[in-house]
Design a binder for this molecule. Sequence first.
Ligand code: IMP
Length: 178
Amino acid sequence: MREITVLDKTFKLFKSEDEIRASIKVIAETINTDYQGKTPLFIGVLNGCFLFAADLIREISLDCEISFVKVASYKGMKSTGEVNQLIGLDRSLEGRDIIILEDIVDTGNTIENIVDLLEKAGCKSIRIATFLLKPEAYKKSINIDYVSMEIPNKFVVGYGLDYDGFGRNIKELFVLKD
Ligand code: IMP
């Protein structure tokens, strides 16, 4: 079994390039069917989604657009809670069919915040496509519409996902060694 080291941790091979590509093709075909006659706007959530977005979009045969956002969290000057903001939205979402592209849905906190923010923008519909979902960790009620792979509640790296900023360039998906 192939192993790699990223910073101070050892990871073992979990999903090959072929397995990743095949799983993405499956959801792309479903999206192509579900959105026939529509012109969806894909919104990729950076940084982690960049490889997933690149591979998924090339399997989409619909007329479509793609744009990318970053989620910024900051502590309000007076409030104690965190407020999330989407940076980089460069077009109107009014009346659009939105498909959010995420690298991974873990507890679901991030995706819930993103959906809350997008719902205020007057979209016609919002669906979520994620490369990975950790069902054991997912705590929210929002439906995750398109999932390439469900994985156990373990830390993974590669294919866009990082460990402390590193490992995003790895072609395959690796899982933390026990
Ligand atoms: P959530 O808000 O708990 O759903 O977490 C989502 C974010 O946590 C993702 O966008 C990732 O940045 C990060 N994350 C969660 N699990 C992993 C993992 O196994 N590897 C790398 N990043 C992860």
